[in-house]
Design a protein around this ligand. Structure first.
Ligand code: SF4
Length: 122
């Protein structure tokens, strides 16, 4: 039996979660303060995912970059591929919150969306 410690990011309390496991098989999860921590530990141990937030270059906008995020979390191992694809993007203004910048970015099955309105200028 092995033990892995994780810090829950579900709220500021930051419970120190304990996952007892045999290789990749979870035997027991303890030290969580609520169900969010239990789910977090399960997901983080078996298939860690993250929401990616960053910016994309935009042409003729009232700002030179538009903030974007993945609509859902993506697998941690795909983060580099997603960031590489984002770094090569330059989109056209105007855009609105929720507009899809790239569907199924880097083959993750997750869309990249705008999180701010950008007007077209000149
Ligand atoms: S387990 Fe619950 S109480 Fe503890 S940090 Fe996570 S969300 Fe907060």
């Amino acid at each position: 039996m092995e033990v892995t410690k994780l810090v829950c990011i579900g709220c500021p309390k930051g419970c120190n979660l304990t996952v007892e496991h045999s290789g990749k098989e979870i035997d027991k999860i303890s030290d969580y303060g609520c169900k969010i921590g239990l789910e977090y530990a399960k997901n983080e141990f078996t298939e860690p995912k993250r929401i990616i937030t960053t910016t994309v270059k935009i042409k003729s906008g009232d700002l030179p970059f538009v903030p974007v995020k993945t609509k859902d979390p993506v697998k941690k191992e795909k983060i580099y591929a997603v960031m590489k694809e984002i770094s090569e993007l330059e989109i056209e203004s105007p855009v609105r919150v929720g507009d899809v910048v790239v569907a199924n970015i880097a083959g993750t099955g997750v869309d990249l969306v705008c999180t701010r309105n950008i007007k077209k200028v000149s």
